[in-house]
Design a protein around this ligand. Sequence first.
Ligand code: F6P
Length: 492
Amino acid sequence: DDRDETPSVPGDLIVVSNRQPYSHEYDEDGNVVVDEPAGGLTAGLDPVMQRVHGTWIAWGDGEADREVTGEDDVVRMPPEEEAYDLKRIWLSDDEVEAYYYGYSNRVLWPLSHGGIWKTEYANRHWRRYQQVNGRFADAVVDAIGEDSVVWFQDYHFALAPRMVREDAPDALLTHFWHITWPGWDTFRACPQAEDLLDGLLANDVLGFHVERYCQNFLDCVDQAFEDAFVDYDDNRVQYEGHTTYVQAFPLGVDADGIAESASSADEESWRAFKQDRGIPEDSKVALGVDRLDYTKGIVERLKALEQFWKGRPERQGELTYVQKADESRSLIPEYQNLQTNVREAVERINERFGTDEWTPVIYIDDWLESDELNALYRYSDVMLVSALRDGMNLVAKEYVASQVDDDGVLILSDQTGAYEQLGEHSLVVNPHDTEGFARTIEEAMTMDAEERRERMSALRENVHEEDLNAWMADVFAAAEEAGEERDDADGQ
Ligand code: F6P
């Protein structure tokens, strides 16, 4: 199956992302150390970049980065192979505040997830967002050659494609939007709606996780621009003499790599983990792993667990919930509130049901050794994914890929992109339906081994089939096709 191979790229690849693949830090002795990509897309793209010797443009952060990078702002990465150029864009504190925390994460993030009440329409963020997009676009224009394929990642760069297009009209531009795209009724609340759409329509290919987000985007374009021709069947927009293909590419995980890591965990380390954390040996374990974000539905999940234990006293002690939480975007008040709300919910539940022998919720917000994390993913009996809205949700896929024994149960919110692919074989919940959610946890607790195996093996097949490499291959194939269509049209 050639979809398992590292995908081929139709040109010289230039990747643009907010986060960099490698960051440099100082250790305790003041020596520079390299932080390797932890996982996900960055770790998956890195080998592709090493193979094709491309250029990766990203936000450079901190003193050690500066020291290593030198004056031309470029460092060859990874250190030993020196395979590709990492071009670092240095941002001032003001730029970070307005472009990253401000417009990206206090406007576009909540807006894209449908939360217009959490969205702050501060026009002062806008100017910096434009400026920083301009700085990234300049770096792209500097790096671009005749055979370049530019690949923008995410909502940090809605304007950069238009800016690049102005200087490099023939460039092949691809963009993947990693979060949901809302309906027009939500998107129209944004004062910069038209500028954002205009920026994105400079791309040749614009990708979203699922078809619904594509249709939402097409509808937004249709409503915003009278002179745009929107083809809903072929997922195409013609606007200002340019065609943009809008396509669904459901992001996958490195399923083989994850399965291998999970297989390295053993029952011994799992028993040790349970003992260390005070989980009774015969208690089942439900797991949640989240960045501490208000879109993840963590408080709603805790309410469902509370309801579950309240309505089923016999289950107290029989199911323990482990919450692994990663702090995120903590300078933003909404995230601080969420952190407080989660902590309070955990404390309330543990006070209400906890005994000398049993703590219902084990909350882990510090570093976990990889063997502990592997054991958690492999041996937890149930995974709870309850996002209120989520572009994809890769935690669900990581759990599935880790289920090498085919005996866990995935409970999955119907508000995630992952639901489109995994909904059929998971137990599906609406995270706001606390009572239904609690019943679903009971269903997972009592599901027999055969049904668990049937469901999980179907899920695993999907996650291996539609993995990260397959996803990249599909994106690159679409870029190649768009380039060919354009060449054909030019030739006519
Ligand atoms: O889901 C969108 C996303 O940007 C991911 O690509 C990333 O892993 C996550 O959010 C983390 O966000 P941040 O870079 O703001 O810490």
